[in-house]
Design a protein around this ligand. Structure first.
Ligand code: ATP
Ligand code: MG
Length: 356
């Protein structure tokens, strides 16, 4: 998988950009607030997902502009392909190879990438929602049907929670709960099974990368923590509690992925550097899983990763990624110089120019 060209019009501070990267390492260098992360974010949108910074679509449009237009030329499945994405009036419009898609979800599985940014440390440091999102985002790229399954489950959950809130005032509504429970069980069991299966494969790959990054100092372990192995039984047993609380207390929307270093919780005991290396290991393992499934190496987007790693970890990282197309942003020209070979691009005030 390789990006051949990216065109941005009125995307955040990128007014009018045409970027033709190289196939190996591409270093995106520039001072703070010039548009480096914006450039990676624009590429990431073609995976069909939302902004990795959690931004709303309206925030992606340049101030004062009516909309933004992005075009991506990429090489995949042994041919050149193109995709376009327009965000205007709060709506997305996407095309793949000149054909209109019903929604930008239709891009999922065509252009594949993994993204690492410093904010992703929240994956280890913060609550379970971050880890569930990580698993779900990875599965969305791997299995096109997973997005639909997840959306349907979320929709059912909202309906069940609304019903739970109404039951104390209209007790007879409790008779309709089993209808929603059956749907929660059907989709929820599938979601948990997909996540567990994925995690089993991911943990082997992530442990190997972590081992390389840390020179074998610690062992990384990942465990899926399910709130209910028998979801139907757990919903039945928890019914009165759910009615009291007004929300559904068990199911994949409450599950977690435990991250262990030598058997202890990384969230509670890991150092800052260990947490960063864990996130990187998870992301690189995600790339390996994508390659295993699609037969192609995904594009790797690394935002500000160099300033966070010592030189031996940087070396391991770049060796590990030697066959991928990689985009690395950095602020220091010395860091950019240390990455010999590949392309060097300067980002300045929303413009992108080749610097060597
Ligand atoms: P850093 O090195 O600090 O990470 P960066 O080069 O990655 O900087 P970006 O995050 O890409 O910087 O942001 C560049 C600029 O884009 C910021 O000054 C920000 O205010 C601006 N910006 C963000 N959204 C919009 C928007 N919708 N319209 C115009 N400018 C925007
Ligand atoms: Mg940035």
């Amino acid at each position: 998988m390789k990006i051949l060209s990216l065109t941005c019009r009125s995307y955040r501070n990128l007014g009018e950009v045409r970027f033709e990267p190289r196939s190996g390492v591409n270093v995106i260098w520039g001072e703070n607030a010039q548009g480096k992360t914006n450039l990676l974010e624009a590429m990431w949108l073609f995976t069909g997902g939302h902004s990795f910074r959690g931004a709303k679509d309206s925030e992606l449009v340049q101030h004062e502009a009516a909309g933004t237009q992005l075009e991506l030329g990429f090489y995949s499945e042994e041919r050149e392909q193109s995709a376009s994405l327009t965000i205007e009036g709060g709506r997305r419009h996407a095309q793949l190879n000149g054909i209109d898609l019903r929604s930008s979800n239709g891009l999922v599985g065509h252009f594949c990438a993994v993204i690492f940014s410093p904010e992703h440390i929240s994956l280890v440091r913060e609550g379970p929602a971050n880890r569930r999102n990580f698993l779900d985002a990875a599965l969305c790229q791997l299995k096109p049907g997973y997005v639909r399954l997840l959306n349907r489950y979320q929709h059912t959950l909202l309906q069940r929670n609304a019903l739970l809130k109404d039951i104390p005032r209209h007790r007879e509504l409790a008779d309709t709960l089993p209808i929603w429970d059956a749907r929660i069980v059907q989709d929820g069991t599938q979601i948990a099974a997909h996540r567990k299966q994925y995690l089993t494969r991911l943990s082997t790959a992530a442990a190997a990368v972590y081992n390389g990054l840390s020179h074998g100092k610690e062992q990384l372990g990942l465990v899926y923590l399910s709130t209910a192995d028998d979801l139907a039984g757990a919903l039945r047993e928890g019914r009165e509690r759910d009615i009291r609380q007004g929300f559904t207390g068990v199911g994949p929307h409450r599950d977690d992925m435990e991250i262990l270093l030598d058997g202890s919780s990384a969230r509670s005991y890991g150092s800052q550097g260990q947490k960063r290396s864990i996130v990187l290991a998870l992301k690189l393992a995600e790339a390996a899983m994508l390659e295993e499934t699609t037969g192609e190496k995904p594009v790797v987007l690394l935002d500000d990763v160099l300033s966070e790693l010592d030189s031996s970890r940087q070396d391991y990282l770049l060796n590990h990624l030697s066959d991928c197309q990689v985009f690395i942003t950095c602020c220091e020209p010395e860091q950019a110089q240390s990455l010999r070979g590949g392309g060097l691009y300067r980002v300045e005030n929303g413009c992108v120019c080749p610097a060597r």
